[in-house]
Design a binder for this molecule. Sequence first.
Ligand SMILES: O=C1O[C@H](COP(=O)(O)O)[C@@H](O)[C@H](O)[C@H]1O
Length: 225
Amino acid sequence: MHDDTPNARECLARQLAEAVAEALRHDLEARERVLLVVSGGSTPVPFFRALAAMDLPWSRIDVTLADERWVAESAADSNARLVRRELLQGKAAEASFTPLTSDAQTPEEGAAEVAARVAALPWPASAVALGMGGDGHTASLFPDSPELALALSTAEPVVAVRTPSQPQPRITLSADRLHQCPRHFLHITGEEKRVVLGRALAGDDTRALPVRAFLASPLGIYWAP
Ligand SMILES: O=C1O[C@H](COP(=O)(O)O)[C@@H](O)[C@H](O)[C@H]1O
């Protein structure tokens, strides 16, 4: 027999979608356009589906990414492709999406163009939905990245990142830009990430666990097994 009961991760995704929709609605009362920053990876898929179903004035909403691999949008691991496929569907297709890649060969070459595009968005963002990897990275702020110190300190909106642990070069919003939002949401699942987040909450070394850069912001932590 088919069981239609939503599992814990689906319930979590729905609760997060409701909280993010509430943040967007709140700011839409005062502003003509609002900005939502989302993350890639596998965790946000049910969140994107739940958010896409929300009754929102999508044509007044800008969406961009916290980070991206420097790959074509047709690549299987493109975060932009994920957002278009899972979030910008139905009425949510009326949102205006700003990707973080360009035609340049490398993120270093493309960074200035992407930075100008990002800076033109309606900041501050109404909501930033972050994920976290098992190594404590969030967005593309990786512990093993030579550009981590820059990404944590620069006032530039984006930073090109090359990380030994990752197969592709990447581009990430800087910590400064990600902080330009009154509400952050951290969406993680599974026991391994719960333990990593516990270490981040208990520790003091942001270089070792970059997610720490956001623990002092107003942060809603959304975790399910
Ligand atoms: O590389 C990335 O990983 C994190 C977490 O991804 P997940 O697959 O474990 O959910 C994500 O937040 C980030 O945006 C993405 O580029």
